[in-house]
Design a protein around this ligand. Structure first.
Ligand code: NAI
Ligand code: NA
Length: 396
């Protein structure tokens, strides 16, 4: 069928298999162009199908020749109905990895569940023996707790008082004011359960118990800090509490991995357009200003540039991994440069529906958003009839 983008608010209901494949191929080409990384050989990526997790899988495989197992939660296609983009990305990734002679298998299911952890352990045991890198890159609005059966929902709310600031509807370019009511204690607790570090630690416990961790095992989860303008709704809001918890969990995990000379890290990454970040008020306006400035400075990066730099310049240099005062790896260093942030603070005040056209990079935002779903890529014929029933080779 011919597949077009069908937007509903901040999501797109369709995905283009050939465009998603092009996205994966472009990322592979980028990683290859940067040369070999003396990195991991057997990698588990939890949240491997989109965003930073997909970039981590690609960098592991095509930068370091690693075997990869990818875990994700995606919708397969049905006749006449496209799959979710992460499904098509994973299909394309496996196809390219297999072509390159690399082991790549995937598990589609709820990473928070005991069943998926067990399935992953069984796959590691039978195929790889052990893993030497575990990337934890889940972004989910809900978590069904495996011990209690309670379904927790995360929220994106300020804590303490109502937050009012500007935001932009990136579809229309309209800048408006939004107010978000403060979180309840329950909202905070639920967000920490969903996006904090408990599940990451459960994964490490299960993998350790199963004896599938290699000596020198490294595990990394992704976090965000960001600027003052988003602080109330992000870092000092409910999601920030979850990130505080995730960051604290890294130290607990390092403790658990002592006998393996292993280490748990958090990497603080740059703000990027993903399905998750588009839904957070205020963030799209910040990102559109950030993109404009970083592109003008020649320091703009997407997920793949970020993760390639994480591996090549931070993790696998043969030297100690540089961290900040709180033990975190920082690849948000260019975003947080004071000249970049000073400019954003100034442009923030000047941004209106009329001025943002010039001040911000709304077209870059829209382009990235379309790209998430496989639309807007050069070299893809979007008028062509394509097969929506593309499968992930390793998933039967
Ligand atoms: P994303 O939405 O692109 O990727 C999420 C991944 O998690 C997908 O592979 C999805 O299939 C998987 N997933 C979700 N629920 C699942 C479940 N129950 N079971 C198995 N897999 C599941 O998100 P993105 O943006 O790559 O985020 C990854 C991490 O990076 C998050 O911790 C996020 O907070 C962090 N981060 C994101 C930034 C951004 O600007 N997007 C900036 C800095 C950090
Ligand atoms: Na991800």
């Amino acid at each position: 069928m011919v597949i077009e983008p069908r937007m509903r608010g901040f999501i797109c209901l369709t995905a283009h298999p050939v465009g998603c494949e092009q996205n994966v191929k472009n990322q592979i080409a980028y990683v290859k162009s940067k040369g070999a990384i003396h990195g991991p050989k057997r990698v588990l990526v939890i949240g491997a199908s989109t965003g930073f997790g997909l970039a981590s899988r690609i960098t592991s495989a095509f930068g370091s020749n690693a075997s990869t197992i990818g875990v994700f939660f995606e919708k397969p296609p049905m006749e006449g109905k496209t799959a979710s983009p992460g499904w098509y990305n994973s299909a394309a990734f496996e196809k390219e990895a297999h072509k390159a002679g690399l082991y790549a298998k995937s598990i589609n299911g709820d990473a928070f569940s005991k069943e998926v952890k067990q399935q992953t352990i069984d796959m590691i045991k039978s195929d790889l023996g052990q893993v030497d890198l575990i990337i934890y890159s889940l972004a989910s609005p809900v978590r069904l707790h495996p011990d209690t059966g309670v379904l927790h929902r995360s929220t994106l709310k300020p804590i303490g008082k109502t937050f009012t600031n500007k935001t932009v509807d990136f579809h229309t370019g309209k800048v408006s004011e939004v107010s978000i009511e403060p979180a309840t204690e329950e909202d905070i607790a639920n967000t920490v359960v969903v996006m904090g570090g408990e599940d990451w630690a459960m994964w490490i416990d299960a993998l350790k118990e199963a004896d599938v961790l290699a000596d020198g095992i490294t595990t990394i989860a992704y976090s965000y800090i960001g600027p003052e303008v988003t602080e109330a709704v992000y870092r000092k809001g409910t999601i920030g509490r979850a990130k505080d918890h995730l960051e604290a969990t890294a130290f607990e995990i390092t403790e658990k991995l002592k006998d393996y000379n292993g280490k748990g890290y958090v990497s603080v990454n740059k703000a990027l357009v993903t399905q998750a970040s588009s839904a957070i008020p205020v963030i799209p306006l910040y990102i559109s200003l950030l993109y404009k400035i970083m592109k003008a400075e020649g320091i703009h990066e997407g997920c793949i540039e970020q993760i390639q730099r994480l591996y090549a310049d931070r993790l696998y240099t043969g030297k100690p991994v540089p961290t900040d005062g709180e033990g975190r790896i920082r690849i948000d260093d260019w975003e947080m440069r004071s000249d970049v942030q000073d400019r954003i603070a100034k442009l923030w005040d000047e941004s209106t529906t009329e001025t943002l056209v010039e001040l911000g990079d709304l077209s870059g935002y829209k382009q990235d958003f379309l790209n998430l779903f496989g639309f807007g890529f050069d070299g893809v014929d979007y008028l062509a009839d394509v097969d929506e029933m593309v499968q992930v080779p390793s998933i039967k």
